[in-house]
Design a protein around this ligand. Sequence first.
Ligand code: APR
Ligand code: ZN
Ligand code: ZN
Length: 357
Amino acid sequence: MRGLVLREIGVPLELSDGLELTPPGPGEVRVRLRAVGVCHSDLSLCNGTLPQPTPLVPGHEGAGEVVAVGEGVIRPQVGDHVVLSWIPPCGSCFFCLGGQPNLCPYNWQTNPRPVLSLEGEPVNSALGTGAFAEETVVPAAAAVPIPVDVPFEIAALVGCGVLTGVGAVLNTARVRPGESVVVIGCGGVGVNVLQGARLAGATPILAVDQLPGKLAGATGFGATHTATPDQIPEAIAELTGGLGFDNAFEVVGRSATIRQAWDATRRGGTTVVVGAGSLTDEVRFSAGELFLSEKRLLGSLYGSADVRTDFARMLRLWQGGRLDLEKLISRTIALDEVGEAFAAMERGEVIRSVINL
Ligand code: APR
Ligand code: ZN
Ligand code: ZN
């Protein structure tokens, strides 16, 4: 089958038509991908910011149709439309039973199973998903059924950017109506944090991005005010009477912007780190400021969500007109245009490019 292969970190993706996929084993399903979003984390996999062994098929924001199921699989069934989850919950561990299935480690993170090969050499599936290809084999829990009337492009986006962004507001921070919010980084995930904040009834909602072009778009996703990073102090004075924001969301994935988000919150305020940063990029806080300010710093992985119910919840919100998902799709592309989609993302020209397969 066809797919995009990263031979080693830093080299361009290669379109191959010789990828081989093993049949689904017990508890696994084979999915024919129909639409796949290009997320910044895919670029981070390709440039080494998020290290994974190569050769690698990136792609993790996907939707498609189940074409085969392995032994013992009851759900999903062949023909079901599914959204891929890049953290499939095992369903029985401490985290799954305790209401934090997004932290379940019993998947590719602790038990990688190679399902791809190229010319006899094993190839990794990024985040256990490997969605930049025509088909993939994943655990049944990674293929979550959705209604058949949802377009695949819409469904794909729910699989990462939408759930990560909206979930950070509703699940991680649990923002309440009338709380103030600042969002630093208004790309494909950041605009979903803005939409989530609007949904939660937050106000004011300040959108911050280094690219002024992103700020105009941010207003359409719920921002009540916008600022470039250097204008943050002014905005704090104007919008919060100098106190600082109740909630700050960092959606870039860098220590400098995490520090900026933290500094923009009030005493007792909450900073949520949504961006996927590098393991070696350290943020500094003094012991005294933590203690005296009583500020909170929260990580947010995959929107602190339970994909078994939250994919459907996002789609209901979209169907009810409460989330705008169409507007996230800047362009639809072919598989061999992902390299160009990365470049467009880096130039800040697109919210999401979506591959049609
Ligand atoms: N200050 C403010 N905004 C910044 C800064 C900065 N120093 N650096 C980058 N940005 C903005 C970019 O201009 C862009 O609008 O952050 C945004 C990032 O958006 P995308 O490239 O579309 O990335 P996205 O897919 O939204 O992912 C954001 O979340 O899932 C993770 O790995 C992903 O870490 C990444 C982050
Ligand atoms: Zn992603
Ligand atoms: Zn588990």
